[in-house]
Design a protein around this ligand. Structure first.
Ligand code: 13P
Length: 247
């Protein structure tokens, strides 16, 4: 049985003091071990939020990471900086990073490998644009993202990875994929993982859905056989996050 994982992606929201206030508001509402709960926060909020969630069941996540160990990479954050600060998960290849910060399947792949080397759990994102969906090439496109992004990951390591399927047209738009649409792609992702590894291995990998997940639609989405939780943007910044965690 795969344990569900609900992660909040705070994106570029909340100053350090606001982040502490949000974490403290949410902790008593989402402090459960029935599902894995993760707060993925901006880099500058990592240290204060780590302190605010200390001793709870909530895990800390980052929103990005660089694929080198250290050195002359102004503005970047290394994997060791994350682990030293208590980070357990790291979102990699979010569509916003691909769109605005020129991330490619190749750089995402380097980051996934480097994260695993440091025992960080990558949440690797994939997802199609509206144009790709309308052209009917969603599954082909996602297949490429999965095969490239996870290229060369060992069978042992792949079961640690979390994949997040986030159709770009559903992000921040209030337009959620229907549970059937989300399930179709998540099942296809599991199929690709089965081809890359084997069926038994693919069955162990957690696949989240993301894109306008809220307190009302979470239960139906998470009930689908290949959807193992959610990656939540807007609703993770509100009390409503508890309705998703306690779906
Ligand atoms: P929204 O939940 O705001 O649509 O964002 C989804 C997302 O991008 C999470 O990574």
């Amino acid at each position: 049985m795969r344990k569900k994982i609900v992660a909040g992606n705070w994106k570029m929201n909340k100053t350090p003091s606001e982040a502490v206030a949000l974490a403290k508001m949410l902790v008593p509402l989402v402090n459960t071990d029935k599902v894995d709960v993760v707060f993925c926060v901006p880099a500058i909020d990592i240290i204060p939020v780590a302190e605010a969630i200390k001793g709870t069941k909530i895990a800390l996540g980052a929103e990005n990471m660089y694929f080198e160990e250290s050195g002359a990479y102004t503005g970047e954050i290394s994997p060791a900086m994350l682990t030293d600060a208590g980070v357990k998960y790291v979102i990699l290849g979010h569509s916003e990073r691909r769109q605005y910060f020129a991330e490619t399947d190749e750089t995402v792949n380097k980051k996934v490998k480097k994260a695993l080397e440091h025992n960080l759990i990558p949440i690797m994102c994939c997802g199609e644009t509206l144009e790709q969906r309308e052209k009917g090439i969603t599954i082909d496109f996602i297949r490429t993202q999965i095969k490239c992004g996870l290229n060369g990951i060992s069978k042992d390591d792949i079961t640690k990875v979390v994949v997040a399927y986030e159709p770009i047209w559903a992000i921040g738009t209030g337009k959620t994929a229907t549970s059937a649409e989300a399930e179709e792609v998540c099942a296809a992702i599991r199929g690709v993982l089965g081809e890359m590894y084997d069926k038994e291995t693919a069955e162990k990998i957690r696949i989240q859905y993301g894109g306008s997940v809220n307190g009302k639609n979470a239960a139906e989405l998470f009930a689908m056989p290949d959807i193992d939780g959610g990656l939540v943007g807007g609703a993770s910044l509100k009390e409503e996050f508890k309705d998703i965690v306690n779906y």
